[in-house]
Structures are given as structure tokens and as C-alpha cells.
Design a protein around this ligand. Structure first.
Ligand SMILES: [Zn+2]
Length: 123
């Protein structure tokens, strides 16, 4: 598994880059995935990793109260354990949920297995 051999991401957000307002690929694909390389995203259409022009809301100070209302979650997937880690906005800390959902009050974010599976494509 390539993740063990090369330094790279140890986690990625459960939501895709588009949820954080990342720009689309030059080819127009906005359904990007997190790359296993730090700061990179993956375009499945072009089959390449690239560093986006900007990182959406992750570039600036993040209004934590507002992003929750916008449906943005900072829950992440630990790529070593492949387990979901939920972000508690009030505590500003991650915790491990059981079994697969983060408590959000209204909606839960399910781990997108397809999203994460891209991480192990052996680049
Ligand atoms: Zn592309």
C-alpha cells in the first residue's frame, strides 16, 4: 500500500474538496477527490494530482459557526485506520464516533468509501 511508503496525507476530510469551495480542475471537473499527496487534489477525469489555485474556505480564517449552517463539516477520515473522526466545533477537537456517523444535530456525514478508496490507487 503506497500510503505506508511515502509521506503524504495521514487523513482527509470526509467531505470532498468541492464542499470547501475548492476550484474545479482545468478540465472543468468540480467533483475532485483528496489526493494522498499533501496539498494536492485528484481529478479522476484527467487522472492526475495537482495543487489547486486556492483552497476555498480553508485558505482563510474560518467562521466556525457559519460553516456549520452552510453544511460544511470538518469531520475527517484517518487514512491509517480508515476510520471516521468527527470534529466537535464547540470543543474544537476530534473524537472517534461509533459506529460510522458523526453527531451533527440534524444530519450525519457518512464516510464516502469511494472517496477514500481513491487514496489507495498505488501512485
Ligand atoms: Zn481534470
Amino acid at each position: 500500500m503506497s500510503l505506508k511508503r511515502r509521506p503524504g496525507r495521514t487523513w482527509c476530510y470526509a467531505q470532498k474538496p468541492a464542499a470547501f469551495d475548492y476550484p474545479p480542475c482545468r478540465c472543468g471537473n468540480s467533483d475532485l477527490e483528496w489526493s494522498e499527496k499533501q496539498k494536492h487534489v485528484w481529478c479522476a477525469v484527467c487522472r492526475k494530482d495537482f495543487i489547486p489555485a486556492y483552497q476555498g474556505i480553508l485558505d482563510g480564517p474560518i467562521p466556525m459557526g457559519l460553516v456549520g449552517m452552510m453544511g460544511i463539516r470538518f469531520d475527517r477520515v484517518n487514512l491509517k485506520t480508515m476510520r471516521l473522526e468527527c470534529f466537535d466545533v464547540e470543543e474544537m477537537a476530534y473524537y472517534s464516533p461509533t459506529p460510522q456517523f458523526c453527531a451533527t444535530g440534524s444530519t450525519g456525514v457518512e464516510v464516502d468509501a469511494g472517496n477514500v478508496a481513491q487514496m489507495d490507487r498505488g501512485l
